[in-house]
Design a protein around this ligand. Structure first.
Ligand SMILES: [Zn+2]
Ligand SMILES: [Zn+2]
Length: 215
């Protein structure tokens, strides 16, 4: 097998403990490529996982003024290697790259249901796939949210993003679970996830947490 990112040949090391623990985590990329990604360390905002904070960060305090207590978790920093990765995966449409991080999406507690952030039908046609549900293809999840067709988030300023109306509606065919973990790929302002949290809580969910691969 070859590294999904640089295509070098992977040397597979089998450890005796892997067999004992039935460890199914397989390496998808080489150690050199792995080293380019940076995990969020202990210095992060306890609410949104923004790096460089030991207490609640200014962004989360702004959310709190709007009566929102962010309950987010993330794994990696959105560094240059991660930006390059998402450029290939999302914008150049290299679908198979979901394999690199799919194992990081085993995140839900046993009583939670995972709900992915959807993409609009316009985006779906451009890209051919939803980059979030591609990560979740080995996991149980519920397609509860539907994205309305709105302008590209990246073409909006931060305040425009925060002020846009809720971009989601609920799938009328699905029942809303009590506990939800909303899943996204990248947390930037948090506005997208908070719109999702809001519509779920307003319609009967009792507890909604959020997760993204990067922050
Ligand atoms: Zn590599
Ligand atoms: Zn924060």
């Amino acid at each position: 097998m070859n590294c999904y990112l640089c295509n070098c040949e992977l040397t597979i090391h089998f450890h005796f403990t892997d067999l004992l623990l039935l460890n199914s985590k397989r390496e998808m990329i080489c150690s050199k490529c792995q080293a380019t990604f940076e995990r969020i360390d202990i210095n992060h905002c306890p609410r949104c996982y923004q790096s460089g904070f030991l207490t609640v960060c200014p962004d989360c305090l702004i959310w709190e003024e709007q009566k929102i207590i962010v309950q987010h978790r993330a794994i990696f920093k959105y560094n240059q290697a991660m930006k390059d990765y998402f450029k290939r995966y999302k914008f150049q449409g290299d679908y198979n790259l979901f394999n690199v991080f799919k194992q990081e999406f085993h995140q839900k507690r046993s009583d939670e249901v995972m709900v992915p952030i959807p993409v609009s039908t316009n985006r779906m046609q451009e890209r051919g796939f939803n980059q979030v549900t591609a990560f979740l293809q080995d996991e149980p999840y519920l397609d509860l949210l539907i994205k309305k067709n709105t302008p590209k988030q990246s073409s909006l300023t931060r305040s425009e993003r925060l002020n846009t109306e809720n971009p989601f509606e609920l799938n009328p065919d699905k029942k809303i679970p009590k506990k939800v973990l909303v899943i996204d790929d990248i947390y930037t302002t948090g506005a997208t996830l908070q719109h999702a949290v809001h519509i779920l809580l307003k319609n009967g969910a009792e507890q909604v947490r959020t997760f993204s691969l990067c922050r």
